[in-house]
Write a protein that binds this ligand. Sequence first.
Ligand code: AMP
Length: 413
Amino acid sequence: MNYKLVNGTFDILPADSHKWQFIEAKIREFMSTYNYKEIRTPIFEYTELFKRSIGDQTDIVSKEMYTFPDSKNKSLTLRPENTASAMRAVIENNLVRENPQLKTFYIGPMFRRERPQKGRYRQFHQFGIEASGPKSAELDFEVILLAVRFYESFALKNVELEINSIGDLETRQIYIDALKKHLNPIINDYCENCRNRFNTNPLRVLDCKIDHEKNQNVPKITDFLNEDSKAHYERVLELLEFNNISFRENHLLVRGLDYYSDTVFEVTSSDLGAQSALCGGGRYDYLVEELGGKYTPSVGFAAGIERLLLSLEANDYAFEERYLDLFFVCMNEKTKLFASKISDSLRRSGFKVDMDFCNRSVKSQMKYANKINAKYVVVIGDDEINSNQITVKRMEDGEEFKTSFIELSNYLN
Ligand code: AMP
């Protein structure tokens, strides 16, 4: 039997893993400068957590979750996103009592049984942040700013920040009534998905890609905001303007998950095709309460790493090449003995060193050293060992230097 990848999943192979490591290092660097601390939660949770937080009528819960019973017949689910788990951990560990402005971030795999296509996978990777405690427009701004500056740091072109406010729960209910009233006479002209959503999750009719044009005249949710939500939203916009962050107000932006309130935003890239969202987020002030904790206003975003990689490729991003400091070309068993000892000492000083294990000819060892991007090569034969004189070859230009084993490290920079 031939084993194959599960549809919608992929391997990160050795030739590409440095790109992931680079992005992950950059994420950690950003998080540390904005004072966000990492939180790592299990990749599976009780199913109820996701149902309760993301919402029964959402695409994720209604059709995309990988759910299975454990041996005691408890229903478990592979996490489709990380906010619900993070808030579960916040409640369980009283994290906001310990820190009234809790700032956390995560990086890891998420699982959704979506129809695979470019930029959409069944196991994909997100990083994200969650800031819990104060209801502060400045915090919304900081969360948005972190995302904007992060993408800017890769000099990505064609990236846009879109923003909207969907108000508090009360506003949303009033708005949904108005929206349904507006849509009622015309909903039969919409796609099947929208017709279903009209009954189950009417807000989602707004972000339908197929019926985008038809939605241009729907009532604007921002016209329905109460005083507090309006003031909050205006303050976020003021902060963006004051800091010269360009943005586009998109009154059709509502996000797909039930737990959002007030500010919602997305960073999109026109390089990405249909799946254009690099990252999406917003406020979710009621989520912790919904999960049984105390009212804990929160704001955050989740960003897809695969989509970032796709847009980096579209922008011909030059990732730093990997290299090896030194490759030992060995002529026989005895020389391998020496190479093993000197490799050990050089590695303990921080050099990246490798040698031949395949008993290849000198010529093919040299070829291999070239292929794996070795900066220097040393060929060791009996003569080199007897005389303690070696030749270090710089691969870049073929220049050679004579030295001894003990002084070898001086030539490796
Ligand atoms: P969401 O949790 O749906 O708001 O998604 C946040 C971000 O995660 C999106 O903007 C995408 O960059 C990424 N994302 C979501 N679903 C997928 C998927 N199935 N495959 C790849 N990336 C995804």
